[in-house]
Ligand binder design. Structure first.
Ligand SMILES: Cc1ncc(COP(=O)(O)O)c(C=O)c1O
Length: 443
């Protein structure tokens, strides 16, 4: 214990001064969740400019599975940057891009030949997966899920399904996007069993092909295997195989967005593996390069080869320094056994969250897979009225006590954990003890 070290009030004077400068020159939309300015970070600890040290359960929104300033990743970045920082891979190629594509082809589910293209951000990967799916099928429509989050660019904002803050005031939206419900068991009308929710959600997809859009005009269904921003919504085990079967029946591609769920977060390298599905296209991002801007689309070779020369790409995608970081991330994940570690961390968080649920009526549901754990807070366990304000207050109090965590969910009432997978048991316990004390104080 005693990883947290607070030496000033939060925020401290240096952070306050810097944030005042920020207010003057950075737009309001870039508000900050934690009102302190970072000086340095290591593993799962962040130290601010006033010398306060926090335990980080947010990991840069799930980008730091190998931990902050992982020494091997830092070394790889330094070495790569000293050799060259940019060529544009399609002008002068380099080995790290090729090697990373080989590694990810090997690790992704599906025994078929695969190819991989790299981009800069998660949204850019999703945009390109959609482009590739449309080109391969010659069809335009895309079916996305209620509660989905795929990014903030024009197309991905249209795919995203949370009106505030992501969509309101930003239309018109990209056309040919259709929406079906995702099996959110806790909030499904009538509260049937998980298997029945899966059946009804799969039926809604089939029905959409009768009432909304022709399957012959549908290029792809896109979904997150576990919804991230939507509130760590884990579908019943049957659902994803059902969706895959429906897609295959109609020649519709299945795009699985693993940007938040991938890289070991759920206790498998890809969350798709839990459900036994083999997506046609997978998007990756976030933890791929420990926060260096990199993302990718992994897919069946013949699908990935359908766009012609120069139709996908850009100036920066697959930057050599980011690719070198990504290769170091994979080496570190293997060396440290982080996929297995995610399961251990997940069990520990689940136990602690369930103990909190036993003591606090605010906890409506504890859910998640591997280290992708969350609790949904409600004002009333029977009506399940979302405890949105209470969730925000809980996280504010945690920050003041030295613990950084995020919320999620369409109602903003889900506390989610995206801690670096290198977090020690001691650090995790200390952070969750703070969270428990603050939760009980609020209950
Ligand atoms: C599932 C999913 N897809 C796409 C994105 C967008 O990624 P980026 O913010 O890197 O554009 C995110 C980001 O949170 C995500 O969680």
């Amino acid at each position: 214990m005693a990883n947290i070290r607070l030496v000033t009030e939060i925020p401290g004077p240096r952070s306050r001064a810097l944030l005042e400068r920020k207010e003057r020159v950075v737009p309001r939309a870039l508000s900050v969740h934690v009102p302190v300015v970072i000086d340095r970070a290591e593993g799962a600890l962040i130290t601010d400019v006033d010398g306060n040290t926090f335990i980080d359960l947010a990991g840069g929104v799930g980008c730091l599975n190998v931990g902050h300033s992982n020494p091997e990743v830092v070394r790889a970045i330094q070495e790569a940057a000293a050799r060259f920082t940019h060529t544009d891979f399609s002008v002068v190629p380099y080995e790290s891009y090729i090697q990373l594509a080989e590694e990810l082809s090997r690790r992704a589910p599906g025994s078929f030949p695969k190819k991989v293209a790299f981009f800069n951000s998660g949204a850019e990967a999703v945009e390109n997966a959609v482009k590739i799916a449309r080109k391969y099928t010659g069809r335009k429509a895309i079916i996305a899920m209620e509660g989905a989050f795929h990014g903030r660019t024009n197309l991905t904002m249209a795919l995203t399904s949370k009106v505030r803050p992501y969509k309101e005031g930003f239309g018109p939206f990209a056309p040919e996007i259709y929406r079906v419900p995702f099996p959110y068991v806790y909030r499904w009308p009538g509260r049937p069993s998980p298997a029945e929710v899966a059946r009804q959600a799969a039926e809604a997809l089939e029905r959409a092909f009768l009432t909304v859009v022709s399957p012959q005009e549908t290029a792809a269904v896109i979904l997150e295997p576990i919804q991230g921003e939507g509130g760590f919504v884990v579908p019943p085990a049957e659902y994803l195989p059902m969706v895959q079967a429906i897609c295959r029946r109609y020649g519709v591609l299945l795009i699985v967005d693993e940007i938040q769920t991938g890289y070991g977060r759920t206790g498998r390298f890809f969350a798709s593996e839990h459900f036994g599905i083999e997506p046609d296209l997978i998007t990756v991002g976030k933890s791929i390069a420990a926060g260096m801007p990199l993302s990718g689309v992994i897919g069946r070779a013949e699908i990935m080869d359908s766009p012609e020369d120069s139709t996908i790409g850009g100036t920066y995608p697959g930057n050599p320094v980011a690719c070198a970081a990504a290769l170091a991330v994979l080496r570190e994940m293997d060396r440290l056994g982080l996929v297995e570690r995610a399961r251990v961390i997940g069990d520990r968080i689940r136990q602690r969250f369930e103990a909190m649920a036993a003591r606090s009526p605010l906890v409506g549901e504890v859910r998640g897979l591997g280290a992708m754990m969350a609790m949904e807070l409600v004002r009333d366990r029977e009506t399940r009225e979302p405890a949105t304000e209470e969730t925000a207050e809980l996280l504010r109090r945690c920050i003041r006590r030295g613990v950084i965590a995020l919320r999620a969910g369409i109602y903003g009432n889900v506390v989610r954990i995206l801690a670096p997978l290198v977090i020690t048991d001691d650090q995790l316990d200390e952070a969750l003890t703070v969270m428990e004390e603050e939760l009980l104080a609020l209950s």
